[in-house]
Write a protein that binds this ligand. Structure first.
Ligand code: GLN
Length: 234
């Protein structure tokens, strides 16, 4: 089986609510199956070379300013990687920067890298709490996580939500959508960490990166965590 390379973008700036756990979930689920995986941390000023999976976590507006500027240097490269069908996962603040821009409450619009057709504008209230979404992408058909954002994200064109909100707010609290997908680039507001509690989604990302379905694992504990959060009110 091919060796996987994962780039963790700007972990020193964007890593809240244990977003790092997403990288660990991918790494561990590879190791448990004997799949070779290399994790490279990319920090400000670093060059980025080709990877199979790119991960970017969430953070506060202040850190997003620095990452937004840095990402502009890599925008074309990352768009080419998306077109090559590399897998991307962005959480919350990282998700917002995968779109065209994030307009904070105060201050300048932060440009994104436009690898998904989406934009985000800071709203009046902060959405905090557990989220359950229904999804058509994986079985079982639920995604769970914890959201904390004031940004309201709107999708257009060929970018589609990854789920429909059952509990919580998701992209904007109005249209019941949660997360986004264009090609193999995915974004979501779900922290938690997201992937450890959603092993089926982790394996879906691995399947896209490997080109074959990874063999099943014993996920009893992971699904206990998943099921405990379904439709849980904050
Ligand atoms: N600053 C963004 C917002 O509040 C992102 C927050 C986050 O990543 N948790 O909308």
């Amino acid at each position: 089986m091919k060796k996987l390379k994962l780039a963790h973008l700007y972990p020193q700036l964007l890593n809240i609510y244990g977003d790092m756990g997403n990288v660990l979930a991918i790494k561990k689920r590879c190791e448990w199956r004997g799949i070779d995986i290399e994790v490279d941390e990319i920090n400000i000023g670093d060059k980025i070379d080709k990877h199979d999976i790119y991960f970017i976590g969430g953070g506060q507006d202040a850190q997003q300013i620095e990452v937004s500027q840095e990402l502009q240097r890599h925008k074309r490269f990352l768009q080419d990687e998306r077109d090559r069908m590399a897998v991307f996962l962005g959480i919350c603040g990282g998700y917002q920067l995968m779109g065209h821009y994030y307009q904070p409450h105060n201050g300048d619009k932060l440009p994104g890298i436009s690898i998904i057709d989406a934009y985000t504008v800071a709203g009046e209230k902060r959405f905090i709490g557990n989220v359950t979404a229904h999804t058509d992408l994986v079985e079982p058909d639920t995604l769970v996580g914890f959201e904390n954002h004031s940004g309201l994200t709107y999708l257009s064109g060929e970018t589609t939500p990854i789920g429909k909100v059952l509990t919580g707010n998701g992209n904007n609290g109005k249209d019941k959508t949660e997360g986004a997908r264009y090609k193999n680039a995915f974004g979501t507001y779900l922290h938690g960490s997201f992937l450890p509690k959603n092993p089926h989604f982790t394996d879906y990302l691995l399947e896209l990166a490997l080109g074959i379905k990874p063999e099943p694992l014993d996920d009893e504990i992971e699904y206990m965590a998943h099921n405990a959060l379904i439709n849980k009110k904050y």
